[in-house]
Design a protein around this ligand. Sequence first.
Ligand code: ATP
Ligand code: MG
Length: 646
Amino acid sequence: MSQIGWPPRRPFPQDMTTGEEHPLGTWGPSLKCLRWASIVLPIAFLVLLDILRRSFFERHVGTLPGLLVFYVVVIVGVVLFALTIFRIVEILQRRIVDQNRQLAALNDIASVAASSAPLTDILNASLHQILPSMKADAGLVCIIDAEQEEHSVACYTGFSRDMVKGIQRAKLKDDHVAYEVYRTGRPVLNEDVFADPGVHDRARQEGIAAFVSAPLKSEGEVHGILALGNHKKRRYSDDDRKFLEGIGGQLGTAIRKAMLYEQAQSQNREMSALLAVGRVVTSSFDMDELLNASLDTLLQVTSANTAEVWLLVDGEESLTQRCVRGLHKEAFMEQTSLGVGAGLPGRVAQSGSIVLYHDLPSHPEFLRKQVLQAGFQTYSALPLNYRGKLVGVLAVAALSPDALRNQGEVRILEGVGEWLAVAIENSRLYQQVQDAAVIQERERLAREMHDGMAQLLGYVNTQTIAVKKLLSDERLTDALDELRRMEDVVRDLYADVREGILGLRTAALKHGSLLAALEEYSQRYMDLSGITVALAGDGRLPALSPSTEVQLMRILQEALTNVRKHSRATHVTVGIHGTDASLGITITDNGAGFDMARLPARGWPRFGLQTMRERAEAVGGTLAIESTLGRGTTVLVSVPVAGQRA
Ligand SMILES: Nc1ncnc2c1ncn2[C@@H]1O[C@H](COP(=O)(O)OP(=O)(O)OP(=O)(O)O)[C@@H](O)[C@H]1O
Ligand SMILES: [Mg+2]
């Protein structure tokens, strides 16, 4: 059992000082005794002298021996008195020297404690001041972790390394003296450890005969303990107690200050870690990309060496390992599928509560033997919940049993878990939307092919039969006219097909590359149609959602196709005007223009304008067309930028 003050096995007398002053710090007559002696001795001497004078000297006063005895008695009395007084003066002198030394030490400790040096340096320097001032042979300072109810040695001198190891991160409740000091906020002193048969063996092994365990307090709270030991039994004076009280205040405040600083630092770390992961999870919809990046960030900001994410699959019956990052990845991939309830991740998925172990090998529920062989000691797993529904499990592991001890790290894990749950769900939804968009696009293509190409090919087929008939009737001129019409139709169809292929190639638009895709498309369009395209604007696009980018590209393609098909234009200008809230794109040609009012309401083959409008509205935008006969047409599409859409 770990002990700071080597408590006896039986109930320990809390304070063994007598209240008498022993400034020499050793056993012997106290100052109080000597004071009384200096008063009582002269009186006793005078009384004795008077009795002697009356009984003995009266008869022999005239004789020489009588006179000699009288003088001897007087001289002895005076010498004894003088010696007592000298002793008192010496004791007082030593006391003043000791007090001065303690005051000087206290002063030094106060200035060290107020400095901005690291806490261990402050405690070390202070301990080296305290030891001579308290005439102690050994000393140590423990810091208390109130949250965990543990104490750990911050610095020591004069004690063996084994002893210090034995009390590292010990539970306060297992150490009677430390717990007593922590609970009462008062020092515990033992002036003669060996006179107490119940004393702990550790004290004997260390050769400690007397000790004091004093609280290091700030604002009434005990933040640490100072333990001092002597190899010889001794007494502690009131001055010692006052000195310890003064030190307790100074060092207690220093520890509190360091704790607050550490707390602020760790909150800072937590915040920036969460921000970093937050940035990562919102930067991509790609599940693997976002999991990889999030786990890498998590490993950078915590003491974990490896991190893994399990996702709920198979109608929520089992977990699949989706991502592992960090050390010994292969060991963690020994098993990549677990039933809910099996293994530690499975148990977490079942119970919905976090687990944290620092002695992984002693938990048989952990199934992956290779992970244990690799030496992992710490393992923590927590459920990933999105709106109360389990989506997976996040787990981290570390080789050191001391990893993830800090509450701040656990809070980071929980925060990252929340982010990840949202990101995983978002990514799944995005995938669903993408799948739906692909199906929609296929349907549109099928409709276009049916309404456009199939109809025209049907026409060509019918006309071929008609031409054959005309030829067999030898109506060559009519057949030639028909063939010319067919040639026009087939040329248009050919252009449509090539443009359609170009559109399909550009459809696989990568997020964020709209401008590049637009430039590439314009170039190919120019080659294909002979119409020049000029891009106008500052060359920068505001942030757009992936679906907005796809729809914009499709609108542009249709507008340019219309220019080629209907306008007889020679030049098109594509203007791009972005603001913080929206993006406007104009496609202006110098062609024939058309009268909107004269267009048939709906139906084949004219669904281009209608689809353009539907596409703009699907992403929260609007589409307008301005056209003047003989002066060209402008298509104006406006869409909100990412994050602005209600
Ligand atoms: N830039 C333009 N210049 C001149 N006329 C245009 C222009 N854009 C559209 N039009 C006219 O508007 C009509 C409707 O266009 P819309 O795109 O809806 O149908 P379409 O191009 O004829 O057929 P589809 O697009 O379905 O293949 C066109 O037929 C054409 O008369
Ligand atoms: Mg069209």
